[in-house]
Design a protein around this ligand. Sequence first.
Ligand code: TYD
Length: 206
Amino acid sequence: MDRGLFITFEGIDGCGKSTQIGLLTDWLEKRKADFVLVREPGGTPVGEKIRTILLDKENDGMSTVAELLLFEAARAQIVSERIRPALCEGRYVICDRFFDSTYAYQGVARNLGTDLVNGLNRMAAGGLEPDLTFFLDISVDESFKRRRSRAIEDDRIELLGRDFQNKVRGGYLEAAKASQRIKTVDASGTPEEIFNIIKGYITERE
Ligand code: TYD
């Protein structure tokens, strides 16, 4: 393995991203691959402050445009401070959510417009695109079941409920249809079954 890849994970809340990211990083460690793991929003001192504002339930009066711009601001920071430098050094970058989240959550579910969001995504990412994106697809019913079993308190976005998550899922399906980069992975199987599919795509790409 002598060249890094930029890999992102996407999906509605409770789709199993964290489990798959854990399996991927274990696998990369075993292969002695040099990688960086980051998450959005966050991943930098500025970005973590923005994350706190975005997810705080007390900010329920935040305008949806302010929300969109804060996600993009955190992204601009993490791309310039962490993602681009790591890729330039030939490292793998694994990102828990990236700009397809903004497409699905703000562009489609919040109805702010996909053209507008695509433009802002390009600006914040400075033209950088992931090499591979895994959209872990799960039904909204299944995701709610999993989230209940985790018993973690919902954040401001998770509190928006089933209709909202359904729209987000629709946004992801739409984005996946339009892009070869996005691999839709049925996330209803066992973690091992799902990871085998992911591993297959990565190996094919290396
Ligand atoms: P987080 O706790 O990281 O959720 P998860 O574990 O599901 O990734 O919270 C991030 C929340 O922010 C999540 O509900 C998705 C949402 N989000 C957007 O609405 N737009 C975005 O551009 C990004 C990156 C995240």
